[in-house]
Design a protein around this ligand. Structure first.
Ligand SMILES: *Cc1c(COP(=O)(O)O)cnc(C)c1O
Length: 404
């Protein structure tokens, strides 16, 4: 057996056994005639044809082969296949951003008169997209607290077509019961989509727990170093194909350059997610012991109401945590401004740790009542723990504590 045949056999075995770390490094690669070891970057918008008959055959789909990079690009396809393998899915379509993925999913699967039930605790732009734009086309939206299973059951209407959640939630780390929601969705032939951005397939596999669709903002942990925007819709061929057709026609396609960055990002995803999680766990535990801290929200803590459920869905608890300082908004701002290592930015999933005041930034568009219901108090701070040394991060947070 040749070396390359051996390589194929190892990949087939990893796929059969869902050996995710091997898939993260090996799945989805298609070598060119140059036999390059690292994945090739096809930075091209179009492709040449051998002759007119070849052009006609590729356009008609009678023969495989790329036509134009809005439809297919080999580097983007490599990324899609690797991510699909890691999520245990048949297929994946990459998009220009996480929001591009959510928009494309909804455009492809919903029609005027349909109804979405969305977790109240999802990413802010998701709420803006659904409320300000999909409602213009006659799509109804209801919001339910992520953890309120009775609320989800009660919100189902005859026209409900989609359940949409994010778990764990941002910034309070609430945990949605993927198995229970998928059973409920199944009973009513409702499509169930899980935004897996905070966990990534390294920590959580929503499809194996019953979800139909996984959404990603690759911008976060899949890149992992804060460089590129991208997203993905992952699931069965039946569910992904309509989204692929929408992306081809509508154009929110992923740039090949970004796909190449994400493809390489996936190779280190497991190691990074474990490191983010370990440091976040240590920081959450330390914060919980501090006199000046009122409450800490991290599903890894035994004190967190979602802890037991999270342990059944996730292999680790991820890099994002939040906490309330004893004091008001001014105290929270003083804390944030005292840190020197951790960056003041709204992004997360970066090697660089970030800190933000949700009430006046990521959640500032919510009404004060909606913020109060969601638990986004003025003394709440969110930290997305990066890959710096834990000691330096603790010293930095101590600078914040010292201001209280
Ligand atoms: C950032 C984010 C998105 C949106 O992704 P973009 O790549 O910024 O468009 C969606 N969901 C979650 C949970 C996010 O954190």
């Amino acid at each position: 057996m040749s070396k390359t045949d051996g390589e194929k056999e190892i990949l087939a075995n990893a796929l059969a056994n869902a050996q995710s770390q091997t898939l993260a490094v090996r799945a989805g690669q298609s070598r060119t005639d140059e036999d390059e070891h690292s994945e090739a970057l096809f930075l091209t918008s179009s492709y040449v044809f051998k002759d007119c008959a070849d052009a006609a055959a590729r356009f008609s789909g009678d023969v495989d082969g790329s036509v134009y990079s809005r439809y297919t690009n080999p580097t983007v396809r490599n990324f899609e296949q690797r991510l699909a393998a890691m999520e245990g899915a048949e297929d994946c379509i990459a998009t220009s951003s996480g929001m591009g993925a959510i928009m494309s999913l909804c455009l492809a699967h919903l029609s005027a008169g349909d109804h979405i039930v969305c977790s109240r605790d999802v990413f802010g732009s998701t709420v803006t997209l659904l409320n300000n734009f999909f409602t213009k086309f006659g799509v109804e939206v209801s919001y339910v607290k992520l953890t309120d299973l009775d609320g989800w059951r009660d919100s189902i209407q005859s026209n409900t077509k989609l359940f949409f959640i994010e778990t764990p939630s941002n910034p309070l780390s609430e945990v949605g019961d993927i198995r229970a929601l998928s059973a409920l969705a199944n009973d009513h032939t409702i499509l169930f989509a899980v935004d897996n951005c905070f966990c990534t397939p390294a920590l959580q596999l929503p499809l194996a727990l019953g979800a139909d669709i996984v959404i990603h903002s690759a911008t976060k942990y899949i890149d992992g170093q804060g460089r590129c925007l991208g997203g993905a819709v992952v699931g069965s061929t039946e569910h992904v194909e309509p989204v692929r057709n929408l992306v081809r026609a509508g154009g929110p396609s992923m740039s090949p350059f970004n796909a190449w960055v994400f493809l390489k990002g996936l190779e280190t995803l497991h190691l990074r997610m474990k490191a983010h999680s370990d440091s976040a766990m240590a920081i959450a535990t330390w914060l919980e012991s501090q006199e000046a801290i009122e409450a800490v929200f991290y599903a890894g803590l035994e004190s967190h109401p979602g802890h037991v459920l999270a342990k059944t869905q996730q292999s680790h608890f991820g890099g994002v945590l939040s906490f309330r300082v004893k004091g008001d908004q001014a105290a929270a701002w003083r804390f944030i401004e005292a840190t020197q290592v951790i960056s003041l930015t709204a992004n997360l999933g970066d090697a660089k740790s970030t800190i933000v005041h949700p009430a006046t930034t990521t959640h500032s568009r919510l009404s004060p009542e909606a913020r109060a219901t969601a638990g986004i108090t003025d003394n709440l701070i969110r930290v997305a723990v990066g890959l710096e040394s834990l000691d330096d991060l603790l010293i930095d947070l101590q600078r914040g504590i010292a201001t209280l």
